[in-house]
Ligand binder design. Sequence first.
Ligand SMILES: *[C@@H]1O[C@H](CO)[C@@H](O)[C@H](O)[C@H]1NC(C)=O
Ligand SMILES: *[C@@H]1O[C@H](CO)[C@@H](O)[C@H](O)[C@H]1NC(C)=O
Length: 110
Amino acid sequence: MFPQLSLIFLFSLVVIHPFHVSAKTWCVANTSAASTLLQANIDWACSEGKVDCVMINPGGPCFDPDTVISHASFVMNDFYRNHGSTEECNFSGTGQVVTFDPSYGGCVYT
Ligand SMILES: *[C@@H]1O[C@H](CO)[C@@H](O)[C@H](O)[C@H]1NC(C)=O
Ligand SMILES: *[C@@H]1O[C@H](CO)[C@@H](O)[C@H](O)[C@H]1NC(C)=O
Protein backbone atom coordinates (compact mmCIF):
# COMPACT_ATOMS: atom_id res chain seq x y z
CA MET A 1 0.00 0.00 0.00
CA PHE A 2 2.84 2.40 0.83
CA PRO A 3 5.84 1.05 -1.04
CA GLN A 4 7.75 4.25 -0.30
CA LEU A 5 7.53 3.56 3.42
CA SER A 6 8.91 0.04 3.00
CA LEU A 7 11.79 1.42 1.00
CA ILE A 8 12.51 4.03 3.65
CA PHE A 9 12.40 1.34 6.31
CA LEU A 10 14.87 -0.85 4.43
CA PHE A 11 17.04 2.16 3.70
CA SER A 12 17.25 3.09 7.38
CA LEU A 13 18.18 -0.46 8.35
CA VAL A 14 21.09 -0.32 5.95
CA VAL A 15 22.17 3.26 6.58
CA ILE A 16 21.56 3.86 10.27
CA HIS A 17 23.22 0.72 11.54
CA PRO A 18 26.76 1.72 10.47
CA PHE A 19 26.31 5.01 12.36
CA HIS A 20 25.99 3.06 15.57
CA VAL A 21 29.21 1.23 14.80
CA SER A 22 31.17 4.36 13.89
CA ALA A 23 29.86 6.20 16.97
CA LYS A 24 32.22 4.15 19.14
CA THR A 25 34.75 6.27 20.99
CA TRP A 26 38.07 5.59 22.63
CA CYS A 27 40.03 7.45 25.27
CA VAL A 28 43.68 8.32 24.71
CA ALA A 29 46.29 10.54 26.33
CA ASN A 30 46.26 14.15 25.24
CA THR A 31 49.53 14.53 23.32
CA SER A 32 50.07 17.91 25.04
CA ALA A 33 49.80 16.46 28.54
CA ALA A 34 52.92 16.40 30.73
CA SER A 35 54.50 12.94 30.84
CA THR A 36 54.68 13.12 34.64
CA LEU A 37 50.89 13.42 34.74
CA LEU A 38 50.47 10.59 32.26
CA GLN A 39 52.82 8.39 34.30
CA ALA A 40 50.70 9.23 37.35
CA ASN A 41 47.63 7.98 35.46
CA ILE A 42 49.40 4.68 34.74
CA ASP A 43 50.58 4.28 38.33
CA TRP A 44 47.15 5.10 39.72
CA ALA A 45 45.27 2.74 37.44
CA CYS A 46 47.75 -0.13 37.66
CA SER A 47 48.38 0.04 41.41
CA GLU A 48 44.73 -0.27 42.34
CA GLY A 49 44.01 -3.03 39.84
CA LYS A 50 41.57 -0.79 38.00
CA VAL A 51 42.95 -2.02 34.67
CA ASP A 52 44.94 -5.01 33.45
CA CYS A 53 48.47 -3.64 33.10
CA VAL A 54 49.96 -6.94 31.89
CA MET A 55 49.25 -5.61 28.40
CA ILE A 56 51.73 -2.72 28.72
CA ASN A 57 54.37 -4.64 30.67
CA PRO A 58 57.47 -6.10 28.94
CA GLY A 59 56.29 -9.01 26.78
CA GLY A 60 52.75 -7.63 26.59
CA PRO A 61 51.23 -6.79 23.18
CA CYS A 62 51.09 -3.06 24.05
CA PHE A 63 54.62 -2.72 25.49
CA ASP A 64 55.96 -1.36 22.20
CA PRO A 65 56.28 1.52 21.66
CA ASP A 66 57.73 1.80 25.17
CA THR A 67 56.62 5.39 25.73
CA VAL A 68 54.64 6.98 28.52
CA ILE A 69 52.08 8.39 26.12
CA SER A 70 51.45 5.03 24.46
CA HIS A 71 51.20 3.12 27.75
CA ALA A 72 49.02 5.84 29.30
CA SER A 73 46.67 5.81 26.31
CA PHE A 74 46.12 2.07 26.58
CA VAL A 75 45.51 2.19 30.33
CA MET A 76 43.25 5.24 30.11
CA ASN A 77 41.16 3.63 27.38
CA ASP A 78 40.88 0.43 29.40
CA PHE A 79 39.61 2.41 32.37
CA TYR A 80 37.28 4.43 30.15
CA ARG A 81 35.87 1.24 28.61
CA ASN A 82 35.16 -0.26 32.00
CA HIS A 83 33.60 2.90 33.40
CA GLY A 84 32.20 4.22 30.11
CA SER A 85 31.30 7.87 30.02
CA THR A 86 33.07 10.97 28.79
CA GLU A 87 33.87 12.18 32.30
CA GLU A 88 35.87 9.00 32.85
CA CYS A 89 38.29 10.10 30.11
CA ASN A 90 39.08 13.41 31.75
CA PHE A 91 42.00 12.32 33.96
CA SER A 92 42.39 15.89 35.22
CA GLY A 93 42.45 17.19 31.67
CA THR A 94 45.10 14.73 30.38
CA GLY A 95 42.70 12.51 28.44
CA GLN A 96 40.81 13.07 25.23
CA VAL A 97 38.00 11.16 23.53
CA VAL A 98 38.69 10.11 19.95
CA THR A 99 36.50 8.48 17.29
CA PHE A 100 39.26 6.49 15.57
CA ASP A 101 40.39 3.09 16.81
CA PRO A 102 43.90 3.49 18.29
CA SER A 103 44.60 -0.28 18.07
CA TYR A 104 47.78 -1.38 16.31
CA GLY A 105 49.33 -4.78 15.64
CA GLY A 106 48.49 -7.10 18.51
CA CYS A 107 47.60 -4.22 20.81
CA VAL A 108 43.82 -4.05 20.76
CA TYR A 109 42.05 -1.09 22.32
CA THR A 110 38.69 -2.57 23.30
C1 LIG B 1 45.19 18.91 25.62
O1 LIG B 1 45.95 19.57 26.60
C2 LIG B 1 46.18 20.94 26.27
C3 LIG B 1 47.15 21.50 27.32
O2 LIG B 1 46.74 21.18 28.63
C4 LIG B 1 44.85 21.67 26.22
O3 LIG B 1 45.04 23.01 25.90
C5 LIG B 1 43.97 21.01 25.17
O4 LIG B 1 42.68 21.60 25.18
C6 LIG B 1 43.82 19.53 25.43
N1 LIG B 1 43.11 18.91 24.32
C7 LIG B 1 42.05 18.14 24.52
C8 LIG B 1 41.43 17.57 23.28
O5 LIG B 1 41.59 17.89 25.63
C1 LIG C 1 38.41 17.80 33.60
O1 LIG C 1 39.45 18.10 34.49
C2 LIG C 1 39.77 19.49 34.54
C3 LIG C 1 40.99 19.66 35.45
O2 LIG C 1 40.83 18.96 36.65
C4 LIG C 1 38.56 20.26 35.01
O3 LIG C 1 38.86 21.64 35.01
C5 LIG C 1 37.38 20.01 34.08
O4 LIG C 1 36.22 20.64 34.57
C6 LIG C 1 37.12 18.51 33.95
N1 LIG C 1 36.10 18.28 32.94
C7 LIG C 1 35.07 17.43 33.16
C8 LIG C 1 34.14 17.26 32.01
O5 LIG C 1 34.90 16.82 34.21
